[in-house]
Design a protein around this ligand. Structure first.
Ligand code: GLA
Ligand code: ZN
Length: 676
């Protein structure tokens, strides 16, 4: 059982708030700020994120700092019992800086320097940018270190992208020298004899570019690893003064779920708590079952990157966003579902983008707690207030951990290599969708899941599933073997164990170092278009295979089912290999979540794991959190239709009602239950 301290020491409740830009209202602050504080109280808002894009207001001219307005904001928050998630402003820079020091502007892979504008576009190497960031972060920390409103540091905003300037090229070459020590070692690791690509000096290396080298898998992979290190290094640079001056204030950086540009398992390790921005594309119809399941996966991934501590849903929209192709309003009930679903997966916050809609520029029509009408009578505001009220009733759950015995592997480096590889289906290898489908298999069978990567410890789990682990990172195959030897159940699929960490193929037959534990040899692999399928029958039911299928031989493994069509007929579709005290399974083709639900439900039961709720109807999801105040079960109806579930004997936390047995959930209804 794990009970964690509250994110902000002196706020032991769920944090409810959002991004707030009071500096956009300086000309009307006497009226607007007053309304903001009154409405915050009515909505049960206890935290606001400030200063995220405030650099031009904090330092309007080089070296001329104006903190007075922020002093006023911080004082106002403190007076109203609201904690500040105070940002470092590096997410967007002032115009004077770009004008005087063009080196702070990013260079694209085609060697062109960007103009001033936009955001999230600074060079991470630039000594000038680093010095300016260090200076303003230090001043912020010194000024607000004893301020009662300071609750947390929000470092920059949604780190992302990459810079190809000369400073970054130099740093990249330095990073490569560290990693490979000699140019020949690098050439061999990247298979550079191919197309006469051998370098004779590190100085010849340029980042991947469509103007130059873009087809070297070794180079592409190295560049992605380097870019991740750039962000880790920049984050560490940003927090140095924060940690030195305010050691008790936690730091976070808001992440973007499966954003491919940064290995979040690396960056996540540096955060005190992970936080992320959740924008599900709710459809308001039965497809919301899929939308909610994808959010569930993302929550578990974002919890996983920071070692399973309660996390923060830093942003979510109270209503329609403004950047999706079709921006739908939320059907009544969805906002509550969206908020409590985060809590169900381990979030200790429900935060929005944004608290108040701006009057101008590109986000003026993005959903907000306070709209242009300034009204507390509109539907969105009232639903936000209901979420605030619900969270206040769920306080005993704050800090409770999750205790999942099933882990699913989502690995950024594997994804990079797989996305880059040319074989089979080159339009979309579908790694993320595949991991998502396997996640749904467990979730729809009623099990909670941890999402980890290939570097994580497997030993605490009963079941580990690694879909499409094309790249085996150092030590991973060994960890899988000892996990299974010691009684674990491991599931692998087609396209597993093809390449090592340098993206070089394993010799002697796939799945390479996993061949022994899986007991199969993967001889050939086929790709199919959307009209082509194969089939197999397991446990009396016939299932479909799409997109990818491996033709394998069971060496030591027992065959559980055979492929049925075309020349594949007679090859194994599913195998099980007894190995040590455990078992390893292989699924030879891409199956849908219905098969995965049936299959994982059976494996979990065999492993002695019971579902959180038996016979979950499609569209209902559940999770649990366990802490000092008990075991809490969340049952969530994610669709606009009634669904009947069988509940264990429990108390509904918000209403105090005793429940147990059959219960009909209303559309989008969420139950937070305390188990007896
Ligand atoms: C991102 C950003 C926010 C805002 C929202 C809009 O998540 O972090 O500043 O632009 O998107 O949805
Ligand atoms: Zn650069």
């Amino acid at each position: 059982m794990a009970q964690y301290p509250p994110i902000m020491k002196d706020k032991p409740v769920f944090l409810h708030g959002g991004d707030y830009n009071p500096e956009q209202w300086m000309n009307e602050k006497d009226t607007i700020w007053k309304i903001d504080m009154e409405m915050a109280k009515k909505a049960g808002i206890n935290t606001l994120s400030v200063g995220i894009f405030s650099w031009a207001m904090l330092e309007p001219k080089e070296g001329k700092f104006h903190f007075e307005w922020l002093d006023e904001v911080m004082d106002m928050l403190a007076e109203n019992g609201i904690k500040a998630v105070l940002a470092t402003p590096s997410g967007a820079r002032p115009a004077w800086m770009a004008e005087k020091y063009p080196e702070v502007l990013r260079v694209r892979s085609d060697d062109r320097r960007e103009l001033f504008g936009g955001r999230h576009n600074h060079c991470l190497t630039s000594p000038v940018y680093r010095e300016k960031v260090r200076k303003i972060n230090t001043l912020l920390a010194e000024r607000y270190k004893d301020h009662p409103a300071l609750g947390m540091w929000h470092v920059s905003n949604e780190y992302g992208g990459e810079c190809h300037c000369n400073l970054c090229q130099e740093k990249f070459r330095g990073w490569l020298k560290e990693r490979y020590s000699t140019i020949d070692k690098l050439n061999d690791s990247w298979w550079n004899t191919f197309w006469s690509h051998r370098y004779s000096s590190f100085d010849q290396i340029h980042s991947p570019s469509h103007m130059g080298e873009s087809g070297s898998h070794g180079l592409n992979l190295a560049w992605k690893r380097f870019t991740t290190q750039q962000f880790c290094d920049f984050y560490s640079w940003e927090i140095e003064p924060l940690k030195r001056i305010t050691p008790d204030i936690p730091c976070t950086a808001n992440l973007m779920h499966t954003y491919p540009g940064i290995n979040y398992f690396e960056l996540g390790r540096l955060l005190d708590r992970s936080s992320w921005d959740n924008y599900p594309t709710w459809t308001n119809d039965m497809r919301d079952a899929g939308v909610a399941a994808h959010s569930a996966f993302c929550h578990d991934l974002m919890r996983g990157v920071c070692g399973d501590k309660p996390f923060m849903m830093m942003e979510s929209s109270p209503s329609a966003v403004n950047w999706q192709p079709i921006n739908r309003l939320r059907t009544p009930g969805i906002l509550m579902l969206q908020g409590l679903q985060a809590v169900a997966h381990g979030s200790d916050t429900v935060q929005y983008f944004q608290f108040r809609k701006g009057k101008g520029s590109s986000e003026k029509f993005h959903g907000a707690v306070i709209s242009h009408d300034n009204s507390d009578q509109n539907r969105v505001f009232q639903e936000v207030a209901q979420v605030g009220d619900a969270l206040a009733h769920l306080t005993p759950i704050v800090g409770a951990g999750t205790e999942n015995k099933i882990a699913l592997i989502y690995d950024w480096e594997n994804r990079w290599a797989l996305d880059d590889a040319q074989f089979g289906n080159n339009i979309n290898k579908g790694y993320e969708q595949t991991v998502d489908a396997h996640y749904c298999g467990f979730a729809r069978a009623g099990y909670g899941v941890d999402v980890i990567d290939e570097t994580c410890d497997l030993s605490g789990y009963s079941i580990v599933c690694g879909p499409m682990t094309y790249m085996l990172r150092p030590g991973f195959a060994e960890r899988v073997k000892s996990f299974v030897e010691n009684g674990g159940r491991y599931i692998a699929t087609y396209i597993s164990g093809w390449v090592n960490e340098e993206d070089l193929c394993f010799m002697g037959g796939f799945p390479g170092p996993l061949r022994d534990v899986l007991g199969v040899w993967d001889e050939e692999n086929d790709a199919m278009d959307e009209n082509q399928h194969n089939h197999f029958t397991w446990n009396g039911k016939t299932y479909e295979i799409s997109d990818f299928c491996a033709l394998i031989h069971a060496e030591n493994a027992k065959i559980m089912s055979l492929l049925e069509d075309k020349f594949y007929k007679g090859y194994p579709a599913l195998t099980e290999n007894a190995y040590g005290k455990g078992k390893a399974y292989y699924i030879a083709g891409r199956t849908d979540e219905h098969f995965l639900k049936d299959f994982y439900g059976a494996i979990a039961r065999e492993a002695g794991l019971l579902p959180l709720v038996e016979d979950l109807p499609y569209g209902v999801l559940c999770t649990k959190r366990v802490g000092d105040h008990g075991e809490f079960l969340f049952v969530m109806n994610t669709v606009p239709a009634e669904n009947t579930v069988k509940l264990p004997s429990c108390t509904e936390v918000r209403s105090g009602e005793e429940l147990g047995g059959e219960y009909t959930l209303q559309p989008y209804q969420v139950l937070a239950l305390k188990k007896k």
